[in-house]
Design a binder for this molecule. Structure first.
Ligand SMILES: C[S@@+](CC[C@H](N)C(=O)[O-])C[C@H]1O[C@@H](n2cnc3c(N)ncnc32)[C@H](O)[C@@H]1O
Length: 285
């Protein structure tokens, strides 16, 4: 089993390459805004962010669609990538609010900063760091959002505890992420499937149990995309896993010798994108 540092290095390498080259072996890595609309962004949102920005999403949902973020609030995005959700959040909080993104990949942060510089928003800050140990003050944010990131963490319990720590009492979260059911153990260590947001994902039940164990309350699931029938059908799986020669995946182990047809069959119907919501209880609870 890989250490946390080894997993972080593998994921950083894959996403650094993906944002630089837009090659296809990372979560939601499709270089046009059609992907953004397929995962729930409205034409107004993609247009406001700019087509070039919408096309850089590697998310699996639209966490802000379910958030009810208000003007003047502070929003923290875990694994903010190239910044689409940061820009949408900035529209919602307005000039009196604040938006903070945390990401560990230098190339992603550079792209996000360029996207922000080209926007009218001056209240977005990006901090380089890991979501298992957030560079954010205790009890300082009204909202935590995240889009297709926590599945990539080898220490999800720490991430859930960090969400609790940084939220203000009564602060809320909206997380879009991948869940899987019954993924065969043989697939768990596959680095390409891991970088593609599948092999590191846990079940819906474990996700909810982890959020609850961290002290978060009023947990719910707002949305479900079944990837088997929409974005990740058997052919997509083969495309992803067959792309080992691409620059994005060059550092990952090859799928040589794997039966891709069988793999696609094994994954079929087991991968979903969900939107989890909840809140940190207030002081008296
Ligand atoms: C699938 S992409 C999603 C990016 C963005 N949320 C979006 O919707 O386009 C995953 C992002 O999470 C970041 N990431 C993955 N694991 C992380 C960790 N443990 N700490 C900080 N960032 C992480 C990666 O660098 C990458 O930018």
């Amino acid at each position: 089993m890989k250490s946390t540092e080894e997993v972080h290095t593998q994921v950083k390498d894959a996403y650094g390459r993906a944002i630089s080259k837009s090659t296809g072996c990372c979560c939601g890595d499709t270089p046009d805004s059609a992907n953004a609309r397929a995962i729930g962004y409205s034409p107004e949102e993609t247009a406001a962010a700019g087509e070039g920005v919408a096309g850089t999403t590697m998310g699996c949902g639209n966490p802000l669609a379910f958030s009810g973020v208000q003007a003047g609030e502070t929003v923290l995005d875990l694994g903010s990538g190239a910044g689409l959700d940061l820009l949408i959040a900035a529209e919602k909080v307005g000039p009196t609010g604040r938006v903070i993104g945390v990401d560990m990949t230098t190339e992603m942060i550079a792209r996000a900063r360029a996207n922000i510089a080209a926007s009218p928003h001056r209240n977005i800050e990006i901090r380089q760091g890991i979501i298992e140990d957030l560079p954010v003050e205790d009890g300082s944010v009204d909202w935590v959002i995240s889009n297709c990131v926590i599945n990539l963490s080898p220490e999800k319990g720490k991430v859930f505890a960090e969400i609790y720590r940084v939220l203000k009492p009564e602060g809320r979260f909206s997380i879009s992420d991948i869940v899987v059911s019954e993924l065969p153990d043989t697939l768990r260590e596959n680095p390409i499937l891991y970088n593609s947001c599948v092999a590191g994902a846990i079940s819906e039940e474990d996700y909810l149990a982890g959020l609850q164990a961290a002290g978060l309350a009023d947990l719910g699931v707002n949305e479900r995309f079944a990837f088997s029938t929409q974005l990740l059908d058997s052919a997509d799986v083969q495309t992803i896993l067959g792309s080992t020669g691409s620059e994005c995946c060059a550092s990952a182990s090859p799928t040589e010798g794997m039966d891709l047809q069988q793999l696609a069959r094994e994954l079929d119907g087991k991968v979903q994108s969900l939107n989890f919501v909840g809140r940190k209880p207030g002081r008296s609870q």
